[in-house]
Design a protein around this ligand. Structure first.
Ligand SMILES: N[C@@H](CCC(=O)N[C@@H](CS)C(=O)NCC(=O)O)C(=O)O
Length: 229
C-alpha cells in the first residue's frame, strides 16, 4: 500500500482488550502494518457507536473502514486481507481449493474449539463437563492437523493461526475456572510448539494479554453469568 493511500485511510477498531475475537482483528491489522484507532468498548454498557455499527449482533470486534462497519472477526480478517492485499502478507492461499481448506479449519476452530473453550469457564454442571470434553477432543483434531507443519497452512502464518492464537491467552482461565488441565506441552506438543512460534511474531506478542489478567476478568464474567454478582 502506498503512503498516500494510507494517509487517506480512516481505520477504527471497536474492541475490548480481553476479547479473543477482537485480538484476531488486532493481529490481522498488525500483520498488514495498518495504522488504526483503537476504541476500547465497555461490553456491560455498550456505546451508541457500537450499537450503531453492529446493530444485529451488538458485539466486538467491529472494524470501521472509511466509515463502513465490518463485523464478525473471521469476516473482518478476510476483509483486511482483501483490502490490504499483498502476496507477502496474504492470510489465505491463492488456490481456490487451498483457500476452502483454510476456511474450513478456521470455521472448525471457531465453532468446535474456541466456543467450547469459552463454555468451559462460564458454565457449570453437565454443560461445563460436555464443553471440556468437546474442547479437548477437538483440540486433539487440531493437534493432528498441525503434525509436521509450522503453521496450519504449512510454512506461512495465516487465517487459521490468527483465528486460534488469541484463545491460547485464555487457556489459563479455562483451566482455572473449568477446574481441568489441558496439559498442552505433554498432550498437544504440536500445538505447544505452534503457540510458541506464533508468540515470537510481533503482531501476536504485542496483542496477547497476560493470562493472569485474563483470568481476573474471566472470573468476573463467570460470576456475572452464573448470577453470583
Ligand atoms: N462471532 C463473533 C463473536 C464476537 C463476540 O462474542 N464478542 C464478545 C466479546 S469476546 C462480545 O462482544 N460480547 C458482548 C455480548 O455478547 O453482548 C466474532 O467472531 O466476532
Amino acid at each position: 500500500m502506498d503512503s498516500l493511500k494510507e494517509d487517506r485511510e480512516d481505520v477504527k477498531l471497536l474492541t475490548a482488550w480481553v476479547s479473543p475475537y477482537g485480538m484476531r482483528a488486532m493481529i490481522g491489522l498488525a500483520e498488514k502494518g495498518i495504522k488504526y484507532e483503537y476504541v476500547e468498548q465497555n461490553l456491560r454498557d455498550k456505546s451508541p457507536l457500537l450499537l450503531q455499527m453492529n446493530p444485529i449482533h451488538k458485539k466486538v470486534p467491529v472494524l470501521i473502514h472509511n466509515g463502513n462497519p465490518i463485523s464478525e472477526s473471521l469476516i473482518v480478517l478476510q476483509y483486511i486481507d482483501n483490502v490490504w492485499n499483498s502476496p507477502h502478507t496474504a492470510f489465505l492461499p491463492s488456490h481456490p481449493y487451498d483457500r476452502a481448506i483454510a476456511l474450513f479449519w478456521a470455521d472448525f476452530a471457531d465453532k468446535k474449539v474456541c466456543f467450547p473453550g469459552l463454555e468451559t469457564f462460564r458454565t457449570k454442571g453437565e454443560v461445563q463437563e460436555a464443553a471440556k470434553c468437546e474442547f479437548l477432543q477437538n483440540l486433539a483434531i487440531l493437534e493432528g492437523e498441525l503434525k509436521g507443519k509450522n503453521y496450519f497452512g504449512g510454512d506461512r502464518f495465516g487465517l487459521v493461526d490468527i483465528a486460534l492464537t488469541p484463545f491460547t491467552s485464555w487457556f489459563h482461565a479455562f483451566e482455572s475456572l473449568g477446574r481441568f488441565k489441558i496439559h498442552l506441552e505433554e498432550k498437544f506438543p504440536n500445538i505447544w510448539a505452534w503457540k510458541k512460534r506464533c508468540l515470537e511474531r510481533d503482531s501476536v506478542k504485542k496483542t496477547l494479554p497476560n493470562p493472569e489478567k485474563v483470568l481476573v476478568t474471566a472470573t468476573e464474567i463467570r460470576k456475572r453469568r452464573l448470577g453470583e454478582i
